[in-house]
Ligand binder design. Structure first.
Ligand SMILES: C[S@@+](CC[C@H](N)C(=O)[O-])C[C@H]1O[C@@H](n2cnc3c(N)ncnc32)[C@H](O)[C@@H]1O
Length: 232
């Protein structure tokens, strides 16, 4: 497997393989490092996502790029029926969720058209090889009227917060990641945000893929962003 080159971010198949290998490596301590580096705010952001989707109890929700299953757990607590999908066997093996899990690439889901009532995706958009194809796949598997909730790192607009955020993710997170897990992987985290297109483009592309009511909410002063939408 290819190792992640964080100084020259990979593209295409090279990126897919490097992302998969990286998450296999950091899976055993992923939850611990996540909680420390976000001061547990990630827990609050996922719960906000589940609430914002406002799906009725019993809805079938695909958690795409489910990792160790945090979203699946919160979806279940919200009375929903999650199914997780992830590329990394290491992350799936470390899952604590009591939900069905599938190993696969979320750009080519082994799931029928319109089968899901909703879908979530947490902190994975920037890890994908392409976003338009993912949005098309989301539109294919989510039924008309179904809801999606996409959670990602943000870009704080307040200058002071932006500076602190940059120093924290650029210096402190790789240091903590290096102590507890893999430094290279946690150097990739801040750099990978540059894969994300401007938010207006992201929202426009979701609308083009077949979503309406596309909304973006900034969380914790823009440290994270939540995009919700309804399948037309
Ligand atoms: C930062 S982790 C987020 C995990 C989880 N969603 C969370 O909120 O903690 C990103 C996840 O995306 C997965 N991933 C990346 N590219 C993928 C792809 N093409 N198909 C499926 N999973 C993918 C990785 O294996 C990893 O588990």
């Amino acid at each position: 497997m290819a190792a992640m080159n964080v100084d020259e971010l990979p593209e295409g198949e090279e990126k897919r393989q490097a992302v998969q290998a990286m998450f296999d490596t950091i899976a055993p301590r992923y939850d611990l490092v996540n909680r420390i580096m976000t001061f547990r705010l990630d827990v609050r952001w996922r719960r906000r996502t589940v609430a914002a989707m406002a799906l009725p109890a019993g809805s079938l929700v695909l958690d795409l790029a489910c990792g160790t299953g945090d979203f699946c757990i919160d979806l279940q607590k919200g009375g929903l029926r999650p199914v997780g999908v992830d590329l990394s066997m290491g992350m799936l093996a470390a899952s604590r969720a009591d939900a069905p899990l599938l190993h696969g690439d979320i750009l080519a889901l082994p799931i029928g058209n319109g089968v899901a009532d909703g879908a979530t995706c947490g902190f994975a958009l920037r890890n994908l090889v392409e976003l338009p194809g993912f949005f098309d796949e989301l539109a294919r598997v989510v039924r008309p009227g179904g809801r999606i909730g996409l959670l990602e790192v943000g870009d704080p607009q307040n200058r002071l917060i932006k500076t602190g955020y940059g120093v924290y993710f650029g210096k402190v997170v790789p240091f903590i990641g290096g102590l507890l897990s893999d430094r290279n992987a946690y150097r990739y985290l801040p750099k990978s945000a540059s894969y994300l297109p401007p938010s207006a483009e992201l929202l426009a592309r979701l609308a083009e893929a077949g979503f309406i009511d596309v909304e973006r909410e900034l969380l914790t002063a823009g440290c994270a962003q939540l995009i919700t939408a309804t399948r037309a």
